[in-house]
Ligand binder design. Structure first.
Ligand SMILES: Cc1cc2nc3c(=O)[nH]c(=O)nc-3n(C[C@H](O)[C@H](O)[C@H](O)COP(=O)(O)OP(=O)(O)OC[C@H]3O[C@@H](n4cnc5c(N)ncnc54)[C@H](O)[C@@H]3O)c2cc1C
Ligand SMILES: *[C@@H]1O[C@H](CO)[C@@H](O)[C@H](O)[C@H]1NC(C)=O
Ligand SMILES: *[C@@H]1O[C@H](CO)[C@@H](O)[C@H](O)[C@H]1NC(C)=O
Ligand SMILES: *[C@@H]1O[C@H](CO)[C@@H](O)[C@H](O)[C@H]1NC(C)=O
Ligand SMILES: *[C@@H]1O[C@H](CO)[C@@H](O)[C@H](O)[C@H]1NC(C)=O
Length: 504
């Protein structure tokens, strides 16, 4: 660095010192914060760290608190030495943030294996996919008229509008609430989808009861463990999950979280955050400043640290994060969103296919069975899965055994597993509080809980998915940056879609 640059930077230092009391109307950036805390190191917390680093630069210290494993709801279970996704597993080809992370981190995508899906209603298979595209088409038209095509168009239209978020975020625009974000994407129509059930939305659009029961409801059961009473938007997100080209991260989706953590140079602090306290503190560099004290427990020891900005990247409720906000005036509101209990069970064994179909074992070629709401079965879905590492994929077995993944509302008993399998060698389970229990009209939690305190997981009220958490994280990072610097014109802009059309 030459002498002029040095002189320049000390002048800037003086200027920043003078302006620490506020320079109204000045366009110069305020000094970056010293320390930022992120609570939770799932895909939301780690991508927030990544985006915060991009915005605030190299000098800010970013601490991530995690009481479990990095990855959170992206995790694996091991069966005979091979890992399988136990939480969030499939990614849509148009999930551009996830795609970007994988590319930037030097990871690679594993294509979803070809599958053949059937739908079981408690008595018989009411729908069976075929290996032949043309046969699928004929079957679908035969059973449901052209409804599947209309459904596809309905989903595409929503996806098209949803994709606007990438444009807004690449231009650095942020939103202060989930409703404002949704409105900027799809106007009142998107808000109406949060207000009503998927059933109401699709009935109004003229879909038949048979189609809704036999095709749409089983998809909601496998993806969200719920029925057609979920909100219309999460319903559309869920239907995107039956499209082709789905993928996962080679080696496991959680690698994105550890990769982002490393790339952001975030500092991982193992521990459970108990309280976040508003405090006025005298800073080294100036007068009194409002700060947040994060109180956390590691083992049996309680520690704390002070931060300028805090992002909460975990669902805020007693059962999941149990964080108490102290000393805030007005008090930080309490959220009571229920999360749905879902159990993932992996079983290595031979399926008793006669449960689903009278066809002889060697003629049963389905790799996944979904269930209708009235099937009275103790599972939501069952399907063959591949390990997270492609080279670990076992040779096709000749003895009829596979590793099956089962989703169910409750833990399966040994008797229930024996009902599904002729024999099995191995079974492991992971219970989750998986995603919100959707009850439209959805009242989404605030994103801004206090001046520089943000809540990311409110976005799950619209839909819970890896990409939604990444979008919520990017939004919160931009929002934190703009609010820190007083860039009000970058927050909650109306008609962004029209504005950005002309600003190419
Ligand atoms: C069974 C299942 C299947 C799914 N399938 C898909 C799918 O196919 N595709 C898809 O896109 N999405 C899927 N999802 C949803 C997706 O996994 C989640 O939406 C996403 O992973 C949420 O990420 P997050 O970072 O916001 O939250 P989380 O991953 O929950 O991260 C929060 C983190 O905070 C930590 N934490 C909580 N409280 C504290 C505290 N007090 N102190 C310190 N740390 C704390 C937790 O340990 C956790 O690691 C699925 C989820 C489940 C459970
Ligand atoms: C959604 O419902 C809320 C009340 O639950 C109402 O205030 C709002 O106007 C509704 N929005 C739309 C777009 O229907
Ligand atoms: C969905 O399930 C809930 C209870 O879990 C029930 O109250 C509701 O009526 C069901 N809705 C539909 C459309 O089946
Ligand atoms: C939540 O934390 C408080 C202490 O902060 C503790 O007393 C309580 O048992 C915890 N609740 C749950 C459900 O973990
Ligand atoms: C397989 O399931 C069918 C239907 O539930 C049952 O009648 C049969 O006994 C089962 N077969 C074995 C070997 O358990």
């Amino acid at each position: 660095m030459g002498p002029t640059a040095e002189a320049g930077s000390s002048l800037l230092g003086l200027w920043l010192l003078l302006c620490s009391w506020g320079c109204p109307g000045s366009a110069e950036p305020r000094a970056p914060p010293d320390k930022i805390a992120i609570v939770g190191a799932g895909i939301g917390g780690t991508s927030a760290a990544y985006y915060l680093r991009q915005k605030f630069g190299g000098s800010v210290k970013i601490d991530l608190f995690e009481r479990g494993e990095v990855g959170g709801r992206l995790a694996t279970l091991t069966v005979e030495g091979q890992e399988y996704e136990s939480g969030g597993s499939v990614i849509h080809p148009l999930n551009l943030h996830m795609k970007r992370f994988v590319k930037d981190l030097g990871l690679s995508a594993a294509k979803d294996a070809d599958s053949l899906t059937g739908v079981y209603n408690g008595e018989k298979l009411v729908f069976e996919e075929s290996r032949w595209f043309i046969i699928n088409m004929i079957k679908l038209v035969w059973h449901y008229g052209f409804q599947f095509l209309r459904l596809h168009m309905w989903v595409e239209d929503i996806l098209d509008k949803f994709m606007r978020i990438y444009r807004y975020q690449s231009h650095d625009y942020a939103f202060s609430s989930v409703e404002k974000l949704m409105h900027a994407l799809g106007g009142d129509n998107f808000l109406r989808m949060l207000n009503g059930t998927l059933l109401e939305t699709l009935e109004k659009a003229g879909f038949s009861e048979k189609f809704l029961n036999e095709i749409v409801a089983p998809v909601m059961r496998v993806n969200y463990g719920q029925n057609l009473s979920i909100n219309g938007f999460v319903g559309a997100v869920s239907l995107c999950g039956v499209e082709s080209g789905l993928w996962a991260v080679e080696g496991g989706n959680k690698l994105v979280c550890s990769g982002l953590l490393q790339a952001s140079k975030g500092n991982l602090i193992p521990g459970s955050v108990m309280n976040i306290v508003e405090k006025t503190k005298t800073k080294r560099t100036g007068g009194p400043a409002k700060m947040y004290e994060v109180v956390y427990q590691t083992g049996s020891e309680v520690h704390s640290g002070f931060y300028d900005i805090v992002l909460v990247a975990t669902p805020l409720n007693r059962k999941m994060s149990n964080i108490t906000f102290l000393n805030f005036d007005p008090a930080v509101e309490e959220f009571h969103q229920d999360y749905k209990h879902i159990v993932t069970t992996l079983v290595k064994g031979e399926l008793n296919t006669t449960i689903f179909s009278a066809r002889p074992l060697n003629k049963f070629d389905l790799t996944a069975v979904l269930t209708t709401d009235n099937s009275d079965l103790f599972i939501n879905s069952i399907g063959i899965v591949s390990p997270v590492r492609e080279q670990d994929t076992p040779e096709p077995t000749t003895d009829g055994t596979h590793v099956w993944k089962i989703f169910s509302a409750d833990t399966l008993t040994k008797r229930q597993i024996l009902k599904l399998f002729l024999s099995y060698d191995y079974a492991v389970k992971k219970p989750w509080l998986a995603y919100p229990q959707y009850k439209p009209p959805e009242k989404c939690p605030s994103i801004v809980l206090h001046d520089h305190l943000y809540y990311l997981n409110g976005i799950e009220c619209a839909a819970s998915a890896m990409e939604m958490s990444a979008i919520g994280a990017h939004n919160a990072a931009l929002l934190a940056y703009h609010r820190w610097n007083g860039h009000t014109h970058m927050v909650d802009q109306e008609d962004l879609h029209e504005k950005l059309k002309t600003e190419l």
